[in-house]
Design a binder for this molecule. Sequence first.
Ligand code: ADP
Length: 455
Amino acid sequence: MEIDNYVGWEEWVSLPELNLPALLAKTDTGAETSALHAFNIQTFGKENNQMVRFGINPIDTDDRFSVFCSAKIIDQRNVTSSNGISELRYVIETEIIIGDVKKKIPVTLTNRENMKYKMIIGRSALDGFQISADKSFLQKILSYDLYKKAKNNKYRRSLRIGILSLEPNNYSNRKIIEAAENNGHFCEILNTKRCYLNIESDNPEVHYDGKVLPHYDAIIPRIGPSITKYGMAVVRQFEAMGTFCLNSSSSIGTSRDKLAAHQSLAINRIPMPDTAFANSPRDTDNIIDLAAGAPLVVKLLESSQGKGVILAETKKAASSVISAFQKLNAPFIVQDFVKDANGSDLRLFVIGGKVVASMIRSASDDDFRSNLHAGGKATKAKITLDERKIAKKAAKAMGLNVAGVDILRSNEGPKVLEVNSSPGLQGIESVNTVNVASLIIDYLEKRLGLSKISK
Ligand code: ADP
């Protein structure tokens, strides 16, 4: 073969499949296989499809800038480096571009930080090149500015996703896992209660069953009302570690706390039923009047699935419920009963500021609560532009990327009842043709800078 391409002892290369457009590399004819200097090298995936996820600081002068990569493991090899130390390394295969030459090469991963050269190019990658060991940069010179320029719009990789949930096998989790796997990702269900936290300012960690949890590209919190506080702490810890969380800890907290949620809706001028809250028993009459008198709805702040929601038809009934709650020291809100809603409400599913699906939930005959858990039924909904707008605004007011917004249809227009941070998928998917789970994964990919998969 005619050799017409020269490389020096140092060159710029790019690894497009790892989203690394410019890397400073050293050629090393003493090594057969090329190597990348990575950190947090961790394996994931399934037994028959083992992947490796690792970080690279591609810019030798800025060790705070990291790129996370994932690739299929093709082999494991014992490599003895120039200092004589032998180490077992994962081998991946990836495309390298040196000047005008593009080729797939095997690359080993080694945990070495703060090295000027992030890559060592071995003999197998230099096949067809002539090496001038006393010269440098004989190929095209690249620049770190390439990291700032437009994203490589063809870039995709397998994501390692953690789902925080107490119910590994429920419909929503199964659908999310299926959608993620269809797009080449891997999910692991993490039981929120079994996570414990190591709160250190320079090295926050989440532990699980006696081990430190690995790094995830994203966390999907499915935090039920029974463990809101602890769930928020776990999500917060992942945020401190720099992991993208589908809904943030603070947005979960605001939407779950009925009082904070209503205040947030009010600040953003989002219509809702008249609502009052007070702590002192002397205010009972006043609270009832504030909520426009009986009939009214009294709700425990901790209520979920309609379990702590009571309809008081008369003022007398309202006062007894209120004083009972006060005696129990159970915080509650008092709300105008929206009779026109006729025992049904509207659930709008919002992902990334867009309404992607909706349903009407109707209460069973003898109830005013339409929660599906309380025996309500889901049917297809035709929603108005106004309802769509209000749902988007409500999700935004809570700061939720994924939200189920519940709206009551009243004669005065739509009124927001609640914004749910872990909306279930079963009801909504049963009356819509869209695959909501796959839209969640698409949104997550977009946030992590992956290009769209062509389906
Ligand atoms: P939870 O968080 O326990 O589900 P909600 O506030 O969502 O509590 O109330 C449960 C159900 O009760 C709603 O889905 C709705 O059907 C009914 N409901 C709640 N508040 C009102 C109200 N102010 N007027 C009419 N119906 C209501």
